[in-house]
Design a protein. Sequence first.
Length: 226
Amino acid sequence: MSYPRLTRQMIEQVVGFFDIIASYYDSEAAVLLVWNRDTRQVELVVPKQVGTVGTSYYGNRYPLDLAYEIPPLAKHQMLIGDIHSHVDGPAYASWTDKADEAYRPGLHLVVGRIQQEPPEFYCAVTADGGRFEVKDLKLVMESYQERRRNEVPEEWIDQVSVEEWSLSKHHTSPETERKAAPGMPASSTFDDIAATRREAEDLPAAKTVAGLLTPGTLHHGGQENE
């Protein structure tokens, strides 16, 4: 396989970003991989995105969906892939992921079990209508050591907004609680681990944006029960 590898700093910075968003909002997040033809290097682009989170009967929040649109790129830039998180869930390609990526050739990475260090990684490549799992991650990324939360640009965090979904009504709340109970609805283990992690952090109020889910929007999420 011939593909530009992600540097260790890149992947650790991305995991740090996913960790912050999980801590703030219990939401998934995404980063686009762009090839710069001039510098012949991979660049990270964080698109404006909206995460949808649900709340279980016991008040624990969990990710449901992530929507974003690919922003206009410069002539010397080319989209070659993406990375998105599954928060405290496993790293794998959901049905939604596979459907979205079927017509988007390139590298597709998923980061799961974000509460662990190291987290889980899953990688697949799509080309000519086919999908191939990459078993050896060293082919596409340098060895991961530790997330870099302190190196996450504020502009990345500003690109993420969250809407809340409930059975009674689908709505966008004016504000997400500052310290919300996280986790997956079907796993108390995830809840306990994630709750411990978030209780140790000072979490700001989440922002919400309505009306960003437009036609042509890409979605990640829809994590199926295994």
